[in-house]
Design a protein around this ligand. Structure first.
Ligand code: C2G
Length: 130
């Protein structure tokens, strides 16, 4: 059983997120997603349209996601990797290099981001500004 771990806000879930989650799942058998809490979003200077509970409900409907855990701090990743016996840590390559320290605990893979789609762009479009 190969366990995969990734993190994110996943606000206004779009095909760029799904591309990431699908590729991450296909790297193993079981995908755990650390979903940023509303408080952690503040630490990331990110404002999400949907609350943690709403984003969790939407993400739970994704066939590639097996377990959702709260992401509350930057530091929890090493503990999560040990706790969930993670084999591969995956992030989009906008984070390339930022989590290389985790190579001491598991494989680290940065996947190409899906171009031309983002939660912020989608929100602007919904508001009619695009
Ligand atoms: N992503 C992608 N393509 C896009 C948009 C996002 O591949 N067009 C990926 C990001 O690279 C990330 C994941 O989807 O791996 C989730 O993106 P966000 O919700 O924006 O997450 P982020 O704010 O980058 O949070 O500790 C890590 C952070 O919580 C990551």
């Amino acid at each position: 059983m190969k366990n995969i771990l990734t993190y994110g806000t996943f606000d206004v879930l779009h095909y760029g997120h799904i591309n990431l989650l699908q590729r991450a799942k296909f790297l193993g058998d079981y995908l755990i997603v650390g979903l940023s809490t509303d408080n952690f979003n503040k630490l990331k200077n990110k404002k999400s349209l949907y609350s943690f509970e709403q984003r969790k409900l939407i993400l739970e409907a994704c066939r590639y996601v097996d377990l959702i855990i709260p992401e509350e701090t930057w530091e929890q990743k090493t503990e999560d990797i040990k706790k969930y016996n993670i084999d591969v840590f995956v992030m989009g390559n906008d984070w390339a290099g930022k989590f290389d320290y985790l190579k001491n605990y598991c494989e680290v893979i940065y996947l190409p981001r899906t171009p031309d789609v983002s939660s912020s762009k989608t929100k602007l479009y919904i508001k009619g500004n695009l």
